[in-house]
Design a protein around this ligand. Structure first.
Ligand code: GLN
Length: 535
């Protein structure tokens, strides 16, 4: 019998619902339960794939090629299990399904309305994951903040769902903020009271309050919250600001969030959560013996979330190497031939980030030329790999003017180009090369040393590809194409010889790094940076 936990947010956005949901899931998983998490986003885009990274942070891609909210990245990093399209639903997708059904005549004769048609579709999606696998508990995170107009259909669906399946199988956790007023030297409960009232108006009494706070919650505040928000005192959970998101599962364990949930569900589980590996990871993360500085050359630096998975991969790879990784973001637009040496001074490795469009390309090429010539460890991801190919063509092979057709459609040497199937593509949403693809690795290459395997799979999100028309030219001139897709022959990995560490990958390895299995290119890149730092 599956149980359902809903996580809603109140008072402000950005309180970390995703981390709380993932932490609870981690604790339940560590107690031997089967759990999964899904995210319902109240915006009208069918998926976040068409959103600019500044709008909503990184677009996370699942194995099955769904473009999703970045919270799914947290779910995977915490649970070490892949998610899928079914784990992320938006209002756009809900409406699209209902409107398509209406056109097919599924509701013939009826007026199609938010209640019951939209709410029914939301309810259907709540249980969709059960059809794929068996779960003891499904956690559903509702994006946005209670009180938003666009969240209303979701709250109504939860109200109905609770009634349909029974209270004993449903729990609502409400995450709120307890602000501290400096002048009064007081923690304030009023915003939480209002936010719970808002939920009550939608017919939902929360069962558990998780309270984000900068200071520990004294007992009288817990009592007050319990009294005014109509929950028992044990269900007021303190979520104090943490040094790292990876501390949150242990903080929630201390606050007994998992126990409270199990008790309310009447699930007998006497096992203590097995968090041995998690604690080992935290131990290494917090006690680094060394430090490296990595420059991240990108163009969406105003919003750290735009490169979320890359930052987290560095956290995992750093801990694996017992090394503190300082990531220094540099705007590619600010780099030119005159200042590149200055900009990259003192760094031990350079990662050139994924991206779209021509803005900032020149700076990326300058950075790559510099690290190639000065033998500084280099790691290029997606656009970063494409730039490495373009730089090599221009500066090593003498193909002056070589470019990606994304940047220069008229280039004499289109070394990165669209494949035929992409050329005819008019629709923008969900039409890139997306999700998991195989890659065969050349023996004796750096990639083969990194992965220790001859065949791997990694996730993709791009339209442009290495142009195989030039494959032989590149190989003859020393560019090693060490990873090839066995079905399409597309180049997935490039390297150069006589360089301590120079690798560009067409895929997005950052999407598969988790606490339990750090991504091997990242861990080897940090190793190489460490070696470089000792020179
Ligand atoms: N803009 C490039 C492409 O579409 C790279 C995309 C990326 O870096 N994710 O192929």
């Amino acid at each position: 019998m599956t149980r359902y936990v809903f996580v809603t947010g109140g008072v402000t956005s950005s309180l970390g619902k995703g981390i709380i949901a993932a932490s609870l899931a981690k604790l339940l998983q560590a107690r031997g339960l089967q759990v999964t998490i899904q995210k319902f986003d109240p915006y009208i885009n069918v998926d976040p794939g068409t959103l600019n990274p500044y709008e909503h942070g990184e677009c996370y891609v699942t194995e099955d090629g769904a473009e999703t909210d970045l919270d799914l990245g947290h779910y995977e990093r915490f649970l070490n299990r892949p998610t899928s399209q079914a784990n992320n639903v938006t209002t756009g997708r809900i409406y699209q399904t209902v409107i398509n059904k209406e056109r097919e005549g599924a509701y013939l004769g009826k007026t199609v309305q938010v209640i019951p048609h939209i709410t029914d579709e939301i309810k259907r999606r709540i249980t969709l994951l059960e059809k794929e696998d068996k779960y003891d508990i499904i956690i559903t995170e509702i994006g946005g903040t209670v009180g938003d107009i666009e969240s209303l259909p979701y709250l109504e669906a939860i109200r109905q769902f609770r009634r349909d399946v029974g209270k004993e199988r449903c729990l609502v956790i409400h995450l709120t903020l307890i602000p501290y007023l400096k002048a009064a030297k007081e923690l304030k409960t009023k915003p939480t009271q209002h936010s719970v009232k808002e939920l009550l108006q939608a017919g939902i009494q929360p069962d558990i309050l998780v309270c984000r706070t900068e200071y520990p919650l004294p007992n009288e505040i817990r009592e007050k919250l319990a009294l005014f928000c109509n929950v028992d005192e044990k269900s007021v959970i303190e979520a104090i600001d943490a040094d790292t998101i990876y501390d949150v599962p242990l903080l929630m364990l201390k606050e007994k969030l998992d126990k409270t949930v199990l008790k309310k569900f009447n699930i007998k589980n006497t096992e203590l959560p097995d968090l041995t590996h998690w604690k080992e990871f935290l131990g290494k993360l917090k006690n680094p013996t060394r430090e490296v500085k990595i420059v991240l050359v990108g163009k969406y630096h105003e919003l750290r979330d735009a490169y979320k998975s890359i930052y987290e991969s560095f956290v995992h790879a750093g801990a694996e190497n017992e090394c503190h990784v300082v990531v220094l973001p540099i705007h590619s637009e600010s780099i030119d031939a005159d200042n590149v040496a200055q900009k990259l001074k003192g760094c031990h490795g350079v990662l050139v980030a994924p991206g779209f469009g021509e803005r900032g390309i020149e700076g990326k090429l300058q950075a790559i030329q510099y690290v190639r010539e000065n033998k500084i460890p280099f790691f290029g991801i997606c656009l970063g790999m494409q730039c490495a190919v373009v730089e090599y063509a221009n500066n090593v092979m003498g193909m002056k003017g070589a470019a990606s057709t994304e940047v220069n459609i008229k280039t004499k040497y289109p070394v990165i180009d669209l494949m035929e199937d992409q050329k005819s593509q008019k629709i923008k949403g969900g039409t890139m090369r997306l999700g998991s693809y195989k890659c065969r690795i050349t023996k004796g290459s750096l990639a083969s040393k990194i992965y220790g395997k001859t065949e791997i799979t990694e996730r993709h999100r791009h339209r442009y590809e290495f142009n195989n028309q030039y494959l032989k030219n590149f190989q003859d001139k020393g560019l090693v194409t060490s990873g090839i897709n066995p079905e399409s022959g597309l180049v997935e990995i490039v390297e150069i010889k006589d360089h301590p560490f120079f690798i560009g990958v067409q895929f997005h390895p950052e999407l598969k790094s988790t606490v339990e299995s750090p991504q091997p290119i990242f861990t080897h890149f940090i190793k190489a940076a460490l070696l470089f730092s000792q020179k």
